[in-house]
Design a protein around this ligand. Structure first.
Ligand code: SF4
Length: 200
């Protein structure tokens, strides 16, 4: 193999920050179609409570193992998330930018450590997140760390991913992650008399 070819292949490796198994489905497919060699990366200390984090982690690990997808993870405890968020972990959507930044920064550093030159995130498939802000943060962080962030908007695959996750019998969570998103969801279900559905 020529040296230039090795360079091209290395540039096609990408560390894909993965928030959960259902959100991996569409971005993974799109990136593979684009010729990327995708490594899924779990780092989500924001998820509350801890049992929920374990469930989402296990589902992703199982899916990657079944499909032969390279998978790496950082299982830092949620205390890390609480200490970084500090006073900014508030009952307002303003907390989300910092939550995204924490996970993107960790992913960029992990990619750098692994010698992977590109990174992006599955958060970009969700209709409940803000791809413009996530992409802005990703580019800033990439500049600081010295690697490349790939900006996307994967939301055109949201419905497909939802149906596919259902078809595959994947665990699908009922709230975004943090304690406030859990409370908001629990309140909404409680009002409808369906509180127990938060766990199903
Ligand atoms: S709602 Fe989601 S993105 Fe926002 S802070 Fe909570 S876990 Fe993070």
């Amino acid at each position: 193999m020529r040296k230039e070819d090795i360079g091209v292949m290395e540039d096609k490796r990408i560390l894909l920050h993965t928030c959960c198994a259902p959100c991996l489905l569409y971005p993974y497919r799109r990136l593979v179609d684009m010729g990327y060699d995708v490594v899924s990366y779990w780092y989500n200390p924001n998820i509350y409570p801890v049992m929920e984090r374990v469930i989402r982690f296990r589902e992703l690990e199982r899916y990657c193992s079944d499909k032969g997808i390279e998978f790496v993870y950082d299982a830092s405890p949620s205390s890390d998330f609480f200490s970084i968020m500090g006073d900014r972990l508030v009952d307002s959507p303003s907390r989300c930018s910092l939550c995204w930044a924490i996970r993107l920064e960790n992913t960029a550093k992990k990619a750098h450590e692994l010698g992977i030159k590109n990174f992006t995130t599955t958060l970009l498939v969700s209709r409940y997140q803000d791809p413009q802000e996530i992409n802005r943060l990703g580019k800033d962080i990439a500049r600081d760390v010295g690697i490349s962030y790939l900006a996307f908007d994967f939301r055109d695959g949201f419905d497909w991913a939802h149906q596919e996750a259902k078809r595959l019998g994947m665990y699908r969570q009922r709230w975004c992650g943090c304690i406030y998103s859990f409370s908001a969801r629990a309140r909404a279900l409680f009002r409808r008399g369906k509180y127990e559905k938060i766990w199903i």
